[in-house]
Design a protein around this ligand. Structure first.
Ligand code: HPA
Length: 269
């Protein structure tokens, strides 16, 4: 089946869940935040056309439910490039949400902190990104139904959404920092030399997700907000080895705060 047919098939299955205008992707260790009311759900494996996640801690489930009377879609868990899928497959969910009528996408992730002043547990609004995957989900024939061959990425992370999010966070007494995210392929963590190089390039945070989804979302004309939870100091900055357990532990510690922020923000989108 060709890619467009696969995405349409997925969107048809998801349309049984509702007609949400906003979607949230919850990443590593964050997949339990943001409880919804009146949920209808499908696991990734039950959405025809969807790739199925393979990593522990990434549940892979799409829910549509209500948050303060607004219908929202919440994706719990995600697909990563390092699992072996093509980037075009990694972004099938995002493109299916676009066909479903989603206009705003909130993407969360866990990251290593590179910039001075970033510490484990910090919540950071993404202001921009650097794609170090060496690949792009839009490679290959352009799917004109979504957008143009050469989509603009100047304001990938919507400035107005960022301003609104800062305002909401301030009202809740939640501190939000801001930074540039660099995506690496993984699954190995970076070397200290790579982290020094990324710092020189202008990166504040490093992770293994988000960038493909943001590219596909912007191609399809969605507004994007990115929020990262810093789970560890990036390689070489603390003298400690990095571990997936530490990443999950830190996100769990910050889950309630992120949930409060998203609960207050989403009905305003
Ligand atoms: N590097 C890459 N991905 C990550 C990290 C990191 O330090 N922490 C959480 N995800």
């Amino acid at each position: 089946m060709d890619m467009m047919a696969r995405i349409e098939q997925a969107a048809r299955a998801l349309s049984q869940l509702g007609q949400p205008r906003a979607a949230v992707v919850l990443g590593s260790g964050l997949s339990d935040v943001l409880p919804l009311e009146g949920v209808l759900a499908l696991s990734f494996g039950d959405v025809p056309g969807f790739p199925v996640p393979t990593v522990a801690g990434h549940a892979g489930r799409v829910e549509v439910g209500k948050l303060a009377d607004r219908e929202v879609l919440v994706q719990r868990g995600r697909i990563h490039y390092y699992e072996g899928y093509d980037l075009a497959e990694v972004v099938i969910p995002i493109r299916a949400y676009a066909l479903l009528g989603v206009k705003t996408l909130v993407i969360t992730n866990a990251s290593g902190g590179i910039a001075e002043g970033l510490h484990p547990g910090d919540l950071v609004l993404l202001s921009d990104h650097i794609n170090m995957l060496g690949a792009n989900p839009l490679r290959g024939p352009n799917l004109d139904r979504f957008g143009p061959r050469f989509p603009d990425m100047t304001s990938a992370y919507d400035p107005e959404l960022r301003a609104l999010t800062k305002e909401v966070a301030q009202g809740l007494g939640i501190e939000l920092k801001e930074g540039v995210y660099v995506a690496t392929m993984g699954p190995s963590y970076e070397t200290p030399a790579e982290i020094r190089a990324f710092k020189t390039l202008g990166a504040d945070l490093v992770g293994m997700s988000t960038v493909p989804e943001v590219i596909a979302a912007r191609h399809a004309g969605l507004k994007v907000l990115g929020i990262s939870c810093v789970t560890n100091y990036a390689a070489g900055l603390s003298g400690q080895p990095l571990s997936h357990e530490e990443v999950i532990e830190t996100t769990r510690r910050k889950a309630a705060e992120l949930s409060r922020l998203l609960t207050a923000l989403l009905p305003k989108l």
